[in-house]
Structure formats: C-alpha cells, structure tokens
Design a protein around this ligand. Structure first.
Ligand code: HEC
Length: 167
C-alpha cells in the first residue's frame, strides 16, 4: 500500500520535472529559430557621427578590396548581391549591398555596423583593426553604392524625403 502511494507521488514529481524540462527545451528552440523580421537596424547617433578618418582614395579602396574578398565575399558575394557561397548555411537572407538605402547612412553608422554586427552578420571589431574596417567600407561604398555619394550629409536630407525601404 505504502509503496503504491510513494510511487504515484514519485510519478507526479517526475512528470512535473519532465514538463519543466520540455518547456526549457522549447524555449531554447524558439531562441534558435530563424529571425523573420529583425526590424530596422539603426546605429546609435553618436556612432553615426564618427567621421571617416580615411579618404576614399585609390589606395584605401584597393586595400579595402583585399579585406572584402577575405572577409565579406563569403556572404555578400563579389558583386554585393548577397549570394556568396556561405549564405547556404545561414538562417537569414544577406541583403544586397547594392541597395541605395544602405549608402544613405553616414560612414560612421556603417563602420559601427561592420564593427558590431547583428544576427548572421558578424561583428568585425575583434577580427579587423580600425583601419581595415574603414578601408573595407570605402571599398564597399565605392563599389556598391548605386551612385556616388560624395556628401553623406546631403544624403541624410534625401533620406528624409523617401519612405524607409524594407530590409
Ligand atoms: C556570415 C555572413 C556575413 C559576413 C561574413 C559579412 N556579412 Fe555583412 N551582412 C550579413 C547579414 C546577414 C546582414 C543583414 C544583417 C541584419 O540586417 O540583421 C549583413 C548586412 C551588412 C550591411 C548592411 C547594413 C545595413 O545598414 O543594413 C553591410 C554594409 C555589411 N553587411 C557589410 C559587410 C562587410 C563590409 C563585411 C566584411 C568585413 C561583411 N558584411 C561580412 C552577413 C554577413
């Protein structure tokens, strides 16, 4: 009799523990689930104001190309279409770098994004020195921006007149 009562109590305890574990596992699965829409990715305004210390001259664009091929092509692809060989292993889509909206942001904002990353986009702060991150930005802007964006300030003004594009 006693044994039966004890085993049924044990059964309840085990069931409760099992349920709690199952809930934990479900939670972990949800956290690892693909991000559908992460919303707007906005750099902090202080970071966005940081001026680019490197002129986008031939030397820095050339140096930036080397960095791009080593670190970015795997996802962003040679033409910036977001179709590099590494994209097949990713949960999220890699946006095309030819999207004009990207280049309406000032260099400081993009430098911050390249440094910190988000989701499948790694942060390169620890992998690349400051100079290399500015160089790769100079290369990417020179190569993928649909039109020359000589003055980021003017672009910010233009951005206000356009509806925010979906990303
Ligand atoms: C492992 C894949 C991967 C690699 C490597 C990678 N990126 Fe990205 N990149 C992404 C993804 C994914 C996004 C979209 C992130 C988001 O919006 O959450 C992105 C977004 C961007 C953006 C757009 C930012 C914006 O305003 O929307 C820029 C610019 C960029 N990457 C530059 C680079 C540069 C430069 C490198 C190399 C130093 C690089 N990426 C390496 C995956 C990658």
């Amino acid at each position: 009799m006693k044994t039966a009562a004890l085993s049924s109590r044990l059964f309840i305890v085990f069931t409760a523990v099992g349920t709690a574990r199952a809930l934990c596992l479900a939670g972990a699965a949800a956290r690892g689930a693909p991000a559908k829409d992460r919303g707007e990715w906005k750099a902090p305004s202080r970071a966005a104001r940081k001026p680019n210390p490197l002129p986008a001259d031939a030397a820095s664009v050339k140096a930036g190309k080397v960095v791009y091929i080593a670190e970015c092509v795997d996802c962003h692809g040679r033409r910036g279409a977001g179709d590099g060989p590494g994209t097949k292993d990713l949960k999220s889509k890699v946006p095309p770098l030819t999207n004009a909206d990207i280049w309406r942001q000032p260099d400081g904002a993009l430098f911050w994004k390249i440094s910190t990353g988000r989701g499948d986009m790694p942060g390169f702060e620890d992998m690349l020195g400051d100079e290399k991150r500015w160089q790769v930005l100079n290369y990417a802007r020179a190569t993928f921006a649909p039109r020359p964006t000589a003055d980021a300030g003017a672009d910010v003004a233009a951005q206000k007149q356009r509806p925010e594009a979906k990303r």
